[in-house]
Design a protein around this ligand. Structure first.
Ligand SMILES: [Zn+2]
Ligand SMILES: [Zn+2]
Length: 338
């Protein structure tokens, strides 16, 4: 079968790889859509320290069940599914706390092990969620939106909470939608005005362009000048990591999901002075996936506008170079496998 490999930083290759049949408890999928993730782009750029080459990327999938192994009762041939692309060891502290999404020894599809950018793939049945009412395009968007949903949960957003979200990629948009669904009043922040209408459609009340307007003025316009109770960082830059601490209200919560590629230094006195709750958020739980599927069925996301462009598998390599050339203008590139 055909697959796409990232052979080394900056280089991809469409090639033929061995197809596999499902064993006990496994399901064989025909992969219809694969969304490109920021982590896949980092692999392409040689900036993902968790990756070795060559690697088949892809973990955001919209797929169809074509065969089931023995003992599989949770899905049948013909079902449309989305995959939870992480593994859990069951023994580390996170797993023992029931937070499998943060497993110390997690291996994400397409990162620490080969991913789904191929005609078929075989996954454990327990990692699949069936949703026959959505399209394959919709299903390919579930994972990054679920990562955003997890952020909104980690921030414990309550009705009326003022929330600022830095970064309007799909994870940021997922956090906006999750926070808005929980009753938060969201201001979306990005450096690109092209993200404005999509952020508002996901549930933000307001959009703030931090390239054209000074960020330090933002808190003055929120909650009578007190600033936001919650700040979400979904960018991964030292500037936004620090700004989150600067603009959050006293006694506020800051949640980081953006993956910073180098160490960030802080004025730690603000942690104490503001008595902040500072949290990380990683991947997403089965509950977060289910919550997103439910919001998707209610059409709570501007689904038709989240996908910037489609590429056939034979041109998936070009999707990486196009994205690398215009990171600001891309919400989601999707590769159409079949
Ligand atoms: Zn992803
Ligand atoms: Zn674990």
């Amino acid at each position: 079968m055909l697959a796409l490999k990232i052979t080394s930083p900056g280089h991809t290759e469409t090639c033929t790889v061995q197809e596999r049949e499902p064993g006990a408890g496994e399901v064989k999928l025909r992969v219809h859509r694969v969304g490109l993730c920021g982590s896949d782009l980092n692999t392409f750029r040689g900036l993902n320290p968790m990756v070795t080459y060559p690697r088949i990327p892809g973990h955001e999938i919209g797929a169809e069940v074509i065969a089931t192994g023995t003992g599989v009762s949770t899905c049948s041939v013909g079902d449309k599914v989305v995959a939870i692309p992480y593994t859990e060891c069951g023994r580390c502290a996170a797993c023992r706390a029931g937070r499998f999404n943060a497993c110390e020894f997690n291996e994400t599809l397409g990162v620490q092990r080969d991913g789904a950018m191929s005609a078929t793939c075989v996954l454990p049945a327990e990692k699949l969620l069936v949703c026959n009412s959505l399209s394959f395009d919709d299903l390919a968007l579930v994972e990054p939106l679920a990562v955003g949903m997890r952020v909104a949960r980690r921030a414990a957003v309550d009705i009326g909470d003022h929330v600022v979200v830095f970064g309007c990629g799909v994870v940021g948009l997922g956090a906006i939608a999750g926070a808005a669904a929980a009753g938060g009043r969201v201001v979306a922040v990005d450096v690109d005005d092209r993200k404005k209408s999509i952020a508002l459609a996901c549930g933000a009340e307001r959009f703030f362009n931090s390239r054209t307007d000074p960020l330090e003025e933002l808190p003055r316009s929120i909650d009578g000048g007190r600033g936001p109770a919650v700040v979400v960082e979904a960018v991964g830059l030292d500037m936004t990591y620090r700004a989150a601490i600067d603009i959050v209200a006293f006694a506020g919560r800051v949640v980081y999901v953006g993956y910073a590629k180098k160490p960030v230094s802080f004025d730690t006195s603000l942690f104490v002075k503001k008595e902040l709750d500072i949290r990380g958020s990683r991947n997403a739980s089965a509950r977060d996936f289910s919550a997103v599927l439910s919001l998707l069925e209610q059409r709570r996301y501007p689904l038709d506008r989240l996908i910037t462009a489609h590429y056939p598998l034979s041109e998936a390599g070009r999707a990486f170079t196009d994205w690398a050339a215009d990171t600001g203008g891309v919400t989601k590139f999707v590769v159409d496998i079949t």
